[in-house]
Design a protein around this ligand. Sequence first.
Ligand SMILES: [Mg+2]
Length: 313
Amino acid sequence: MFPFQINVVSLPVKHNFRHIKVREIALFEGPQGWSEFAPFTEYNHKESATWLKAALEAAITPAPKQIRGDISVNATLPNVKVDQVGKLLAGFNGCTTVKVKVNDFVHDHLLLQEVSRHIPRVKFRLDVNGGWSLEEAIANLRNYLQEFPGQIDYVEQPCSDIADLKLLRQSVNIQIAVDESIRKFLGSDLTKLREVADVAIIKWAPSGGFSASLELIEKIQLPVVVSSALDSSVGISHGLSLAAAVPNLYGACGLATTALLDADVTSKPLVAENGSIKNRKVIPDLLEQFKAAPTRQEWWQNRVNEIYEQVLI
Ligand SMILES: [Mg+2]
């Protein structure tokens, strides 16, 4: 049996991010404070076990040595309609770097233009989630670079195949960040990513927690952007603790994402202020208010128990 009592919440999501309307999160309190376990519901036990390892570590073990205080953060914009951009950006106070989920140039350059209207000297990070072939990546990125000269910070996982990333890098003058290439290949030799990418995206929970992430970062030896996975402020606080401990942080981190939720587990959420977030321990004082239905509590309790017993111990 999982050793801590879990509290499952169901938080409404603002804009159908990842095509979900509510974000279910299991929270529990350990000797070091609150932690959260929230792999997406379709994830299998093996993949989710990495998230549980992270959650347990944060509840039981002190956070790694912090080498910086405030963490600068980027805004995160889902692939929304142009008329929703202003309202969403308002949740990311002072952020001048905006990560945008893009599919292609033809439709999505309008999104970027709208962002520029709100933040004139914006830097963009384009997240493709591995969705382009090499040819599509070359064509789309040439268009983006031409339309927004000097404004594209990097493109995140333009293609899923590492060989394609390598060829892309030889064809287009743009920085490449890898996300899925790390997350989906945790057990393999990731040192070769240095040949195909400029930035490593590291997420606290999917990487297996503080020490696993720091080990990974040391192995990959690329500048790091710590990002999140639609966490509540509790998960974000652990992402911030990780970012505060990373020696080679690249720049703004993707940790302002509580702005994509319509509610949080705390009345004092961790949100961007002047483009950064100051880390602190989070007490989830709104657990009762957003408590999930009994059937969902039971589903998560079973999930946690099974993963704990079958995979972790
Ligand atoms: Mg990504």
